[in-house]
Write a protein that binds this ligand. Structure first.
Ligand code: URA
Length: 216
């Protein structure tokens, strides 16, 4: 297997020799930028076409994603797929990725319990997300939850404050902020769950509608 290209030691993505998603996946597989690589099975690169106009950014791979090497293939992925379907956004038209590429967990007996990545891990991993953004050049990005928003905006943000309005990232890329689909999995009350789900679908629809207006 060809070796991954050497990346510059600083965070200068513009000066990086990585040009394709395949090169990026190879480089991510060798990542030691934060300690999460030590316990994870593998890095999970983003997935989708380089021509995708919409990029969805999640938090980090979960247990299933860590084993499969693909983003959003577990329970949160099933919820995302359902919402994308209800929002009339075919999943294969979007680029799906995460703010952090390695699974973070705590071992409890045989179970691996998800842990939230911290600001340091998110900021160290931004290097890879920036590469994905440079290669795919999406017309708009949707941040799914607080970790994705932290990575994209470079600071902690309150989802409810930014939700439902078009935002701009530092480089001018239009961005939309919504909840993470795993939040829906944790809501116990049936009515609350249904309400939050509808809101989530509406957020995804808004992003797609905005894209449609740009293309018109
Ligand atoms: N949660 C995420 O944020 N990303 C995944 O890929 C799966 C679950």
């Amino acid at each position: 297997m060809a070796r991954a290209p050497k990346v510059p030691p600083d965070d200068d993505v513009a000066g990086s020799p990585i040009r394709t998603l395949a090169e990026l996946a190879k480089a991510e597989a060798e990542c030691t930028r934060c300690p999460l690589y030590k316990d994870a099975t593998q890095a999970v690169p983003g997935e989708g076409r380089t021509s995708a106009r919409l990029m969805l950014v999640g938090e980090k791979p979960g247990d299933k994603e860590d084993l499969a090497g693909k983003p959003f293939v577990g329970p949160a992925g099933a919820m995302l797929d359902r919402a994308l379907d209800d929002a009339d956004i075919p999943r294969d038209t979007v680029f799906v990725t995460n703010a952090v590429k390695h699974f973070k967990f705590e071992q409890r007996g045989k179970r691996r319990l998800h842990k939230r990545p911290n600001a340091y891990e998110i900021d160290r991993c931004k290097w890879w997300l920036d590469h994905e953004r440079t290669i795919v050049r999406p017309a708009a990005i949707v941040a799914l939850g607080a970790s994705a928003a932290r990575s994209l905006f470079g600071r902690a943000v309150t989802i409810t404050k930014l939700r439902a309005q078009e935002q701009r990232l530092a480089d001018g890329t239009p961005a939309f902020v919504t909840i993470h689909p795993s939040y829906l999995l944790r809501i116990q009350d049936k009515d609350d769950k249904a309400h939050e789900y509808r809101q989530f679908v509406a957020d995804l629809r808004s992003a797609a509608k905005w894209l449609g207006q740009q293309a018109a």
